[in-house]
Write a protein that binds this ligand. Sequence first.
Ligand code: 1HE
Length: 261
Amino acid sequence: MTYRYMTSALDGDICVVTLDRADKRNAIGDAMLEELEQAFASLPSTVKAVVLAANGPHFCAGLDLGEHHAKARSASEFMHMCQAWHRVFDRIQYGGIPVIAALHGAVVGGGLELAAAAHIRVADPSTYFALPEGQKGIFTGGGATVRVARIISASRMVEMMLTGRILDVQAGATLGLVHEVSAPGACLASAMAIAKKVAANASLSNYAIVTSISRIAEMSSAEGLFAESLMAAVVQTGTDVQARLGSFVDKSLPKVALQEA
Ligand code: 1HE
């Protein structure tokens, strides 16, 4: 599949989806959003993890403000556009395939909303985060009030938006936006290494991890425990459970020990 604003390439059982609109800092317009949806909707069944990366000096500058200005969208047009972003980012988060984002430079506005839909975020030391919508006279519309607020807390997000505060990579790590800081220039390599490790897990376990934990976090304890037991029952009947447990029993599986990390 060829795209105008991104590339999608297979590296074994990893698919690398790369935002490729560096001249506009990977700002997301309507056409790019459609391509993003297509890229995640058309993952081959052999893919076990996705790395989401970006070309150019920044990961993503968020909504294409030039297009937004030119289109002068009505309230209902903007609502529909936001719902399209929600649909696409939901597909990324709940598609059942682990997504590892490789971040660098600006991860701002809708770029942060996109990164928040990924399951693991690896960041180059150059990475910084901001939600500058208030300064532009708009508001988040790509899911930040749900995803970013749940990661960093609603209170932190309110302060971040009111003040236009920019979080550097260390602040992002402290708040949970960054899971691993790579060596300078190595976020893609680090993300690929993590993706390979993740891809080696049982696919059904990965499916359960990426689809059920965030949803159960929104349930009551009673509902969550019930949902967990159902999910565990489904995973337990997966095809490679017996073989993997057998490797533990015959002691060929590596132990859970610090040196294995
Ligand atoms: C853009 C965009 C954009 C850059 N839409 N064209 N997002 C923001 O408020 C971020 C606005 N952008 C910036 O603050 C800066 O551009 C960056 C810090 C991201 C990058 O700075 P820099 O110096 O590397 O690049 P630049 O010179 O500012 O921009 C290069 C080009 O990219 C330039 O176009 P050119 O034709 O003049 O070369 C910029 O206009 C263009 N560009 N960012 C369109 N965002 C669902 S709601 C989501 C809400 C939001 O995401 S609001 C947007 C928040």
